[in-house]
Design a protein around this ligand. Structure first.
Ligand code: COA
Length: 709
């Protein structure tokens, strides 16, 4: 028995492939897989396996895998579900490295037990499993089409990883129709073992792959995926089409694959954090992938629009704002460069308007000027069909300029809008690999995707601080809760936890006598608040168990007596542990900070402004943990209500550093203390810049069963 995992390279570049369940019947899946492997000119050796023996497509058929005279790197399993486990056992005995289980009938229909049994057997015998419930794998390097999908897969440099089989097969067809070449296509199916993170290990360094396009329905091992995506996006663009965004969609996806889709907001935020490009539609994902697979990277942010129509220039300008494409706006330099190539009635402001009179020659000159300018880093060239439009000169002009920009290593995207002739021109150029779109917004969205990738690559990785906590004291708090069988911390315990984590909490102490209460109030400083401490009284205010604004010893003494009297009157049976004396926290801006273990992504952090911002507007931002201080600041800047922190209506700026510090500490706490399930500070009151803040209330839920921190 071996537990050593084989190199993932052998999944994509197997030297030998067996097809178990290869059928003589040309209508069966087991036949089609062999047919595709043979037709695609696989460079390794393929062995069909079927108890009937004989020949399939001229290849000798081995009755069992034992009869194959050499080691098998990848075995495709195409037998009915009930025979899969036995087949996997035979593969293990023959020291197969990867099993690719095409068969359906496992967790996707509720048969999770059989799936787990297969995977744990395979793993225990040093094998890895792709699937089950997949349509196979295509890999350009060994020219392997081990799928039962289309026979002709266009060659190129986009790799597709898909959780849905049917969609994957359709995407092969669409890739062919769009002339988007593929370097690999992998169906992950139920992801019982191999998942996206494993596949990235091969695809990221794979020279033939320039873009990775993924269709994801549900995330299982999110923490690992986040790490893999963060690294991968630094090297290559990763485009993701996420399904299950709407509530109905999430239910459909859940019943489809047997795994729950994560909440849309969390998914989107975490994908952005990883530098992943989230496409809204399949068409957008294809547009981006095809463009990113051919485009060079920009060397700076400044984009120039060249157009022959004002209207289309305005639409492009709006789209640039939406897709975060920066328009170059040094008017003097623009004038200097473009005045000589712009017709008299045109404009040398960005968009450069060559007017309706513009000919291919005008475009040539303007594009050449933009190509040579060091101040301009990318170009959008737009044209509307005019009376002067001449397809015979425009098509070669666009192609010529595209090649020249490629050579100059400057990104360019074209858009041409008009009638049938323009449509034909656009279609033909697209098929030749020129990035040209009829819809200008699609053109801008591609450039936006390129810039998002570019910015992520350039962004420095700020260090993640390690924060050390007094683990012994933290343990004592958890132990106290565990002994009482409580899955949460009491208010005082939560406050103690905050203090141990270096998070400012109100000064407080529990008094057992009136004298103690007065003494504590003096030590804390007036004004103070008094609250009854009793596990039998949940809603303290309702029974008159809280007194605010106490300014001196007399008021404390009166309130102490009143609280005891009220509680005894309303809840005579309640056991009173004491009266908590605490600092009365002055008002400020309210912040909510929460951290929890997400079922898909593991530890995540959330921040928002309190009150209506979070309750009505749902104005919150998320990140997967760990985060740096810079990440925490970026989270705050993402909030629509961020300007409130900068000071509105003449108010001072708020103490943003304190919010960042508390966010980082709460995140670290959740990561270090494995037995905290959920922690939420609400509110953290924040004062003016330099004045800090105080976490007034914290709710801490513990992992049931109480693991060690
Ligand atoms: N070892 C080797 N061959 C075996 C075998 C075994 N243990 N058990 C059966 N076979 C052979 C059969 O004899 C048959 O070959 P034959 O046609 O020459 O007789 C072949 O394997 C297929 O078995 P069969 O029982 O005819 O099944 P099938 O072809 O109708 O269906 C699957 C098999 C796997 C395709 C089917 O069960 C299935 O899961 N289909 C869904 C696939 C799918 O959609 N996947 C997800 C895509 S996204």
């Amino acid at each position: 028995m071996s537990t050593h995992s084989p190199d993932i390279k052998l999944l994509f570049e197997p030297r030998t492939v067996a097809v178990i369940g290869a059928s003589h019947d040309p209508n069966k899946i087991g036949h089609k897989v062999v047919q595709n492997i043979v037709a695609n000119g696989y460079t390794g050796k393929v062995y069909p396996v079927n108890p009937k023996g004989g020949e399939i497509l001229g290849l000798p058929v081995a009755p069992t895998i034992r009869d194959i005279p050499e080691e098998i790197d990848a075995a495709l399993i195409v037998v009915p579900a009930k025979a899969v486990f036995e087949t996997v056992q035979q593969c293990a005995a023959h020291r197969v490295k990867f099993v690719l289980i095409i068969s359906s009938g496992f967790s996707e229909v509720g048969n999770l037990e059989e799936e787990r049994k297969i995977v744990s057997y395979a793993r225990a015998h040093g094998m890895r499993v792709l699937g089950p419930n997949i349509f196979g794998l295509y890999s350009i390097t060994p020219s392997l089409n081990a799928t039962f999908g289309p026979r002709d897969i266009p060659k190129g440099n986009v790799a597709i990883v898909t959780q849905s089989g049917a969609l994957g097969v359709a995407m092969i067809g669409k890739a062919a129709a769009e002339r988007m070449g593929l370097s690999a296509i992998i169906s992950v199916g139920n992801k019982a073992d191999i998942d996206e993170a494993d596949l990235l290990e091969y695809l990221v360094p794979h020279p033939a792959t320039r873009v990775i396009l993924m269709y994801i329905e549900g995330v299982k091992n999110g923490e690992r995926l986040v790490r893999a995506l963060k690294r991968a996006s630094k090297e290559k663009p990763i485009v993701v089409i996420k399904a299950g965004r709407s509530k109905r969609g999430a239910i459909a996806a859940a019943s489809h694959t047997g795994s729950l889709a994560g909440a849309a907001e969390v998914f989107d935020a975490i994908m952005r954090q990883c530098g992943v490009l989230c496409a809204e539609s399949i068409q957008e994902a294809f547009n981006w992938s095809k463009f990113l697979a051919t485009s060079v990277l920009p060397t700076g942010e400044e984009t120039l629009i060249i157009t022959n129509g004002g209207g289309i220039g305005v639409i492009a300008t709006d789209a640039c704002e939406k897709y975060s494409v920066t328009l170059y706006d040094d008017l003097q330099i623009l004038e200097r460069i473009f005045a000589p190539v712009t017709p008299e009635f045109g404009s040398t402001k960005n968009p450069i308007d060559l007017t309706g009179q513009a000919t291919a020659d005008h475009y040539d000159r303007a594009l050449e000027a933009a190509r040579h300018s060091e101040s301009i880093h990318s170009v959008l060239a737009l044209s509307c069909e005019t009376a002067l439009f001449d397809a015979t000169s425009f098509a070669p002009m666009i192609e010529r300029n595209f090649r020249a920009f490629q050579q100059a290593k400057k990104p360019v995207v074209f858009s041409a809008l008009g009638g049938e002739k323009v449509e034909q021109l656009t279609q033909r150029l697209r098929h030749q690999g020129v990035p040209i779109f009829a819809d200008v917004t699609e053109a801008v969205s591609c450039l936006g995707a390129l810039y998002q990738h570019y910015r992520y690559r350039c962004k420095p990785e700020p260090p993640i601080e390690s924060i050390s906590f007094d683990m012994r004291s933290l343990m004592r708090i958890f132990e106290g809760a565990r002994q009482q069988g409580r899955p949460f911390l009491l208010a005082q315990e939560a406050q103690q936890l905050l203090r141990l984590a270096g998070i400012p909490a109100p000064k407080s102490a529990i008094a057992r006598t009136l004298d103690e209460a007065v003494r504590y109030a003096q030590e804390i400083g007036y004004p103070v608040v008094l609250k009854v401490v009793s596990r039998d009284i949940l809603h303290k205010s309702d029974v008159g168990g809280v007194a605010l604004d106490l300014d001196n010893a007399q008021e404390v003494s009166d309130a102490y007596g009143a609280i005891l009297h009220n509680c005894r009157t309303h809840r005579p049976e309640a056991l009173i542990d004491g009266i908590e004396v605490s600092q009365q926290v002055p008002p400020g801006v309210q912040i909510i900070i929460g951290a929890r273990r997400d079922p898909s992504f593991g530890p995540i952090l959330m921040v928002g402004l309190g009150g209506i911002y979070v309750e009505v507007m749902k104005d919150v931002s998320f990140r997967a943990l760990p985060i740096s201080r810079q990440d925490a600041l970026d989270m705050l800047k993402e909030l629509k209500s961020y300007p409130v922190l900068l000071g509105v209506r003449g108010e001072e700026k708020r103490d943003i550093e304190t919010i960042v510090d508390v966010m980082v500490r709460v995140g670290a706490l959740l990561q270090v203390c494995k037995n905290i399930a959920d922690i939420e500070i609400n509110p953290l009151i924040i004062y003016e810049h330099g004045q800090g803040g105080i976490a007034v209330d914290a709710r801490v839920l513990l992992v049931q069963g109480g693991q060690e921190p």
